[in-house]
Design a protein around this ligand. Structure first.
Ligand SMILES: NC(=O)c1ccc[n+]([C@@H]2O[C@H](COP(=O)([O-])OP(=O)(O)OC[C@H]3O[C@@H](n4cnc5c(N)ncnc54)[C@H](O)[C@@H]3O)[C@@H](O)[C@H]2O)c1
Ligand SMILES: [Zn+2]
Length: 379
C-alpha cells in the first residue's frame, strides 16, 4: 500500500472585514505583491485592501483577469511577475483567478496566496490548478509542490456576492464527502499524491454535516447580505474543509463527470459547483447508493437551488451523442472516476446520466417540489 498524504495551506484566515488585514498577513511573505483581480472584484476590495496595504507599507499593484485560467492567462501573469520583480502573487476573486495566480506563482518561482471573494468553490486551499481552454473546456490539472502560503476570506464580501456563488460552493463541497468516501472504499490516490489520510476523509464528512445543517440559513443570510454564524459555518465548509477534504480525501466520479460536462456547450453558462452537483447525483446512481440517500440528496440540493437533472443543464435523455461524449471524457485513463471501488465504463456513465432525469422528476413530484426547468444565463 502506498503512503497517505495530508496537504494544506500554511495559514487560513476567515472573518467579517478580513480583507482589511490582508496586508498584515502578507507582510511575512513578500514585499512586492502582484494582485490578480478582475474589474468587478477589484471594485469590491480596492478601498479596504489599500488601507491595510498602506498600514503594512506594501505597494498596491494590480493586474486584471479574464474569465478562465487558460495556459495563456497563466503565462501572461508569469511575465508580469518577472518584469515587475514581484515576490508573491495574490489571486483575488473566484476559483479561476485563484487558479491562474497559483499556476503563475509556481512557474515564476515565487510564493502565492488565495483571497476568495465568494465561497463559490474549494479552489483556494489546494496545491493544484484546473486549466481550461478559452471556451471553458477542461484541459488538465496542474499539480504544485506547495499549497498557498495564505488563504484569506472576508465573509462580508461573501455575504454581498450573488447567492448563486454560494450555491455553487455548496455543490462543490457536498461532492467532497461523496467522492472522499468512495476513494476511501477503493484503492486509488487523493489529489495530494497518496492514499487518503483519515484527517482528509474526516474533514470531508465534517463539511457535509455542516452543510446539511447550515446551507439553507446561510443562503438566507446571503440574500439579506448579512453575516451570520450559519454563513460563517458554510464559508468554512466550502472553502477550508472541502478544500482539505477533496485534496487529501480524494476525488472520484462527481468531478470526472463535471470535467466531461465542460465539453458540452449546453453547460457553459453553469457554474463549477452546479456541474459538479450533476456529477454527484450521477455518482450516487452509479454506486447503487441506497434509494433514500439519493432521494434525500435530490430534495436537499433542489432546496439549495442546485441542478440535479439533465433538463436543468440543457440536456435530455435524447442527446445520446453529447451524453456519450461526456461519459467518454469522464472515463479517460487517469480520470478520478477510477477511484471508485469498482471498474467503470462510459456505458455505465451514460446510463447513470440518463437515469438521474427520471429520478429527479419523480422525487420532486413526491415532495411537492417544482419540476426541473432549464437554467438560463443570469439565473
Ligand atoms: N484548483 C482547485 O483545487 C479547484 C477546486 C475547485 C474548483 N476549481 C476551479 O474554480 C473555477 C470555478 O470557480 P468559481 O465558481 O469561483 O468561478 P469563476 O472564478 O470562474 O468566476 C467567479 C466570478 O465571480 C465574480 N465574483 C467573485 N466574487 C464576487 C463578489 N463578491 N461579488 C460579485 N461577483 C464576484 C468574479 O468577477 C468572476 O466573474 C473552475 O475553473 C474550477 O475548475 C479549482
Ligand atoms: Zn470542484
Amino acid at each position: 500500500m502506498s503512503v497517505s498524504v495530508l496537504a494544506s495551506p500554511s495559514r487560513y484566515v476567515q472573518g467579517k472585514n478580513a480583507i482589511a488585514e490582508l496586508g498584515t498577513h502578507l507582510e511575512g511573505l513578500g514585499s512586492t505583491p502582484l494582485l490578480v483581480a478582475d474589474d468587478i472584484v477589484w471594485g469590491l476590495v480596492e478601498s479596504a485592501l489599500t488601507q491595510g496595504f498602506t498600514a503594512a507599507k506594501l505597494p498596491v499593484i494590480r493586474v486584471g483577469f479574464g474569465r478562465f485560467a487558460t495556459p495563456a492567462a497563466v503565462d501572461a501573469l508569469v511575465e508580469k511577475i518577472r518584469t515587475g520583480k514581484h515576490d508573491v502573487i495574490v489571486g483575488l476573486g473566484g476559483g479561476s483567478a485563484i487558479d491562474a495566480a497559483k499556476a503563475a506563482g509556481h512557474l515564476a518561482g515565487v510564493r502565492w496566496a488565495s483571497v476568495p471573494t465568494a465561497a463559490s468553490s474549494d479552489a483556494p486551499t489546494s496545491a493544484l490548478s484546473v486549466i481550461y481552454t478559452e471556451e471553458g473546456e477542461f484541459i488538465e490539472y496542474r499539480f504544485f509542490p506547495r499549497n498557498p502560503d495564505l488563504v484569506l476570506i472576508d465573509t462580508q464580501l461573501v455575504a454581498g456576492a450573488p447567492a448563486r456563488f454560494l450555491v455553487g460552493g455548496i455543490g462543490d463541497a457536498l461532492a467532497t464527502w461523496i467522492e472522499a468516501r468512495a476513494t476511501r472504499r477503493g484503492t486509488g490516490s487523493a489529489m495530494a499524491g497518496g492514499r487518503p489520510t483519515r484527517a482528509g476523509t474526516a474533514l470531508a464528512e465534517l463539511s457535509w454535516n455542516i452543510l446539511w445543517e447550515n446551507a439553507l440559513p446561510a443562503l438566507d443570510a446571503v440574500r439579506a447580505k448579512v453575516v451570520t454564524p450559519a454563513l460563517e459555518a458554510v464559508v468554512e465548509a466550502n472553502t477550508l474543509l472541502s478544500g482539505l477534504g477533496f485534496e487529501s480525501g480524494g476525488l472520484a466520479a462527481a468531478h470526472a463527470i463535471h470535467n466531461g460536462l465542460t465539453a458540452a456547450p449546453q453547460t457553459h453558462g453553469l457554474t463549477h459547483g452546479e456541474k459538479v452537483n450533476i456529477g454527484s447525483v450521477t455518482q450516487l446512481v452509479l454506486e447503487g447508493a441506497p434509494t433514500a440517500e439519493i432521494e434525500d440528496f435530490i430534495v436537499f440540493t433542489t432546496k439549495v437551488g442546485l441542478p440535479n437533472s439533465l433538463t436543468e443543464i440543457g440536456l435530455s435523455a435524447d442527446d445520446r451523442k453529447e451524453l456519450r461524449a461526456v461519459a467518454e471524457a469522464a472515463t479517460v485513463e487517469g480520470e478520478t472516476i477510477h477511484n471508485l471501488p469498482f471498474p467503470v465504463s462510459a456505458d455505465q456513465v451514460v446510463d447513470a446520466l440518463i437515469a438521474i432525469e427520471g429520478i429527479s422528476r419523480r422525487v420532486r413530484a413526491e415532495h411537492g417540489l417544482p419540476e426541473p426547468v432549464k437554467y438560463v444565463a443570469g439565473h
